[in-house]
Design a protein around this ligand. Sequence first.
Ligand code: ADP
Ligand code: MG
Length: 339
Amino acid sequence: MAHDPHAVAPGRPGEFDLIADYFAPLASRPGAFGLLDDAACLPVRPGTDVVVTKDALAANVHFLETDPPDLIARKALRVNLSDLAAKGAEPFAYFLSIALPPDWAEAWIADFARGLREDQETYGVDLYGGDTLKSPGGLVVSITAIGHLPAGAMVTRLGGRSDDLLFVTGTIGDAALGLKVHAGAPEVAEWRLSPAEQAQLRDRYLLPQPRVALCEAVRSHASAAMDVSDGLLGDLGKLCRASGLGAVLKSDRVPLSAPVATAIQNGGAGLDLALDGGDDYEVLVAIPPDRRTGFEAAAAAVGISATEIGSLTKFAPGVSVIDAGGETVQMRSRSFEHF
Ligand code: ADP
Ligand code: MG
């Protein structure tokens, strides 16, 4: 159940008790020093590189203020694990900065910490430090996640080559439609989805499924990769720009879940909402044609579906979307931007 974010809890702990009571128990590795020191000391294995990423989530931008605190915490961690997975890195550590509104309640923090604990166990990561501050402008949660991989093995957005095949994991658009469900948007009625189908989409928005298990397949086979967080079309455009190439995306190949396919069929949601909407947290990879079989086998071995959706091309910049008959489809290709 969501807590009333405006409830004022009497006798709340101060900053240092808050850290000691709720965050220190999540920081049990030797280099975290129980969060009693100025800084953490991270172990680094010889022959490895350390991959670092940071993503912040703000109330009423990335989640609703009234969302369950454990889900806010887990989403904040997971969006970072998604970035590491797309680089081929195995996560092991994270840092947490939390800016709390003046009326924060201790029960809210307890649920938030419980969410972190759950995902630490799921993904094998530990808390090493962070910062706690007051934010009159509303809750902001910022996480820095740290992973490792063999030296030189990080997969970038820049390495795509012409004729590489594009694969995307999972299904696309669930979270974009799920946000509409979650926010009570009127067009949801037109989709004619069952309550269970609506819940399935909403869950994909509230709790991303980062493809951590794919990291080895990515670094063994991909020439370029990124996670899809701001919409498939816009994000593919970013990969193209970074690699200095164009792409052809086959719209009929984009993997859709049953509820998204139904919603599009019934009207009220177009394919552009699925292709343009954010929060998928799937992985987009460019695979050289001779690596295809190896990549498909490696993804299947870790139980992650990966669908071929097109290819990179040196002939035209930008992303061309074509339908099953090879005709060009006009799409709004606008990645989410804050400003
Ligand atoms: P300093 O003033 O030296 O920056 P702080 O008093 O801010 O140190 O923090 C004390 C310790 O608690 C540090 O090790 C810091 O990493 C940790 N810490 C503070 N806030 C958090 C948090 N939200 N999550 C995890 N660790 C935290
Ligand atoms: Mg500090």
